[in-house]
Design a protein around this ligand. Sequence first.
Ligand SMILES: [Zn+2]
Length: 459
Amino acid sequence: MRLNRFLMSPTYYGGNRIRGQTGFMIESSVVVRTRSWIVLCLGRLLGGLLGLLTIGSPAAVAADCPGHPDALGTSRTLIVDPGAHPRIGTMQYRETLPLKDHEVVLTFDDGPLPKYSNQVLQILADECIKATFFIIGEQAKANPEGVRKLVAAGHTVGTHSMNHPLTFDRMPLDKAETQINGGIEWTSAAMSDPSKLAPFFRIPGLMRAEGVENLLISRGIQVWSADFPADDWRHVSSDRVYQLAMQRLEAKGKGILLLHDIQPRTVAALPKIIRDLKARGYRIVHVVPATADLPATPTTPVEWLLHPPTETTPIARWPAVPNFVFAQTKTLPAPALADLNARTEHQALLPRKTMALADVAATLPVPGRDLFAIPEGSVEVLLSTTLSRRAATRLAMAAETPRAAKSKAGKSHAPRTARAAHVTPKHAAEANGTAPKSTALKSTVPRPTRVASLKKRAP
Ligand SMILES: [Zn+2]
């Protein structure tokens, strides 16, 4: 009983067993490559070297799609080792697929649902695009033929739980395992060859939890998030789905696009997305799991980062940031603004005035006029004039010790007195020492005309 063994063995994907199998990935990959080679050899027999140089170019890809000369095609197959890079997708994880600039991986969740999944399959077939599908166990149970169609078309098939609970971030591990197993059981049961199931899993609603991830990883299953969604599960128009897909792709330059093959708006948006991908020079990459017979595509660790640090960016010399993503079991990392439905093209990324602040500003009391009615000549007035703080302090001290003021006033404050006399000639006499001692302090400073005028207007 292959199915039982599959469910009982926690290392089904990771151990030697998978290495002994010949997965459909190998077959489809070989078929694609062989066909590509034949086309090149026959069609470009005289082209010789020129023909070889065009492998992988859009022209060669289009030639691989009979009857559809304008097809976008699939530019290459990326073979990944789930154990080496167990969590992918920058919406939630540090790493993502090692794509080159302008490379895109299409993924479809929640199927198969014949009415829409069949249309998605036809659109992809017409463009010779290979994608990855994350199947819900109950959907596979209800539509096993839908799963077989995916395999026959050469798409990669992973799983997406038994019945799509949005509680993976808080459900007990044994329940999560039951969900994972249910999805695998019914998806592989729908296949004529269960070995064709890829060890790829996407957590429903991306409700990640460290325990669930560790469980999947211990079984050799790669946890797939995404680099950007197109919100096609929300009540938006197909045009909006198309716009979001392209906007978010353009923002990141490459990546894994998350779509759903059970939505009419996705069916409507997909041809436009594909046309635009082609027009803007994007290329489709097909992802398959590595096996003993199919070694992983050689990559370097930095290629698994969306934007690898370079020598020209100062951040490359900063200490490595701890990977906080995995520190908390129940906390989703905040998605990037580009992943949200923010209208970033119209909306400046500036702090917005909150209602609370606006209310406070509106209700602040107007200062009463008597606040400005300060007695002329007081220390407060001195401090409020244009006199230097140092001079004001000295005068304040003088006010407290009249004797000291008397001895100093004639010397150190003489220049100021002269200036004061120039500004307000009326007080010149006082400044020259004819004023009584009690008003000496007042006489040594320029009159605070502004304050005085306010005082006059005060009731
Ligand atoms: Zn889903």
